[in-house]
Ligand binder design. Structure first.
Ligand code: PRT
Ligand code: ZN
Length: 225
């Protein structure tokens, strides 16, 4: 059995959000003993356990109340929220803080040689993406009749492979798009890492610990400004 009195925080085990999340936890005084292969890491100075998982799993763990807090990119959070809402699953959470790492944008990009005169040019196309719910919401808002094709990886090669006409993927520097002969045309979502909390009342001691951590996070963020 897991100890329910300890605050449970989900973080990405490895990847682009890992360093920022771990650095922030360190900066606010959470000491951790991490053994690389293990799913759970215990804090040595506070009643906190860290669940180290794939980022895709973090929104669901928070929304299902399996963990109390989670560090996650808004892109993944919003996509999973839309997916769960459509499936009538728990999809509530509270954002405690928007953080200063993990910044990126979700953009539609088209092959250099594709004629493009604005978003109407996408009518009737297939667009490869890992974020079909965000993309389809954008199609609806823009009243564009296009199709999202789900791909979990190698999205940027989909047009060349003949799987799609264009793509909708995360961009930070733009180097990946350029290397694949793609041009960014529409930004559909801007994202940063956020710290989220599960809905529902928590035991007083847990909530007090969260409040204390948040005060420290605000202090760290202000010191950087
Ligand atoms: O294994 P796990 O499932 O946990 O990790 P993952 O491979 O799904 O995610 P990861 O670590 O790549 O990204 C985690 C989160 O980081 C994303 O959900 C975003 O919130 C954020 N983030 C910030 C990014 C980027 N920047 C980013 N550039 N996520 C992905 N990319 C990729 C993008 O998909 C593309 O392949 O980087 C490439 C583009 O980068 P540029 O610099 O060439 O434009
Ligand atoms: Zn992932």
């Amino acid at each position: 059995m897991t100890d329910n009195n300890r605050l449970r925080i989900a973080v990405q085990k490895s990847g682009r959000l890992c360093e920022g999340s771990m650095e922030l936890l360190k900066a606010i005084g959470v000491k951790l003993s991490i053994r690389d292969r293990l799913l759970i890491a215990h804090s040595t100075n506070l009643p906190i356990d860290l669940l180290r998982v794939r980022d895709d799993d973090i929104p669901g763990l928070v929304m299902d109340g399996v963990v109390d807090l989670g560090f996650i990119g808004e892109n993944e959070l919003e996509e999973k929220m839309l997916e769960r809402r459509a499936a009538d699953k728990q999809h509530q959470y509270d954002v405690l803080e928007r953080l200063d790492f993990g910044g990126c944008r979700l953009s539609i990009a088209v092959p250099n040689e594709m004629p493009y005169q604005g978003i109407a040019s996408l009518a009737g196309t297939k667009i490869a993406t890992t974020y079909p719910y965000l993309l389809e919401r954008y199609f609806r808002e823009q009243k564009i009749d296009a199709k999202a094709v789900m791909l979990n990886g190698s999205v940027e090669v989909a047009p060349r492979a003949g799987l799609a006409d264009a793509i909708c993927d995360l961009v930070s520097t733009g180097a990946t798009l350029e290397a694949n002969g793609l041009e960014e045309k529409e930004v559909i979502f801007r994202s940063k890492a956020v710290l989220i909390q599960r809905r529902g009342e928590l035991p007083q001691t847990k909530q007090q610990l969260i409040d204390k951590l948040l005060t420290r996070i605000n202090g760290v963020m202000q010191a950087k400004e």
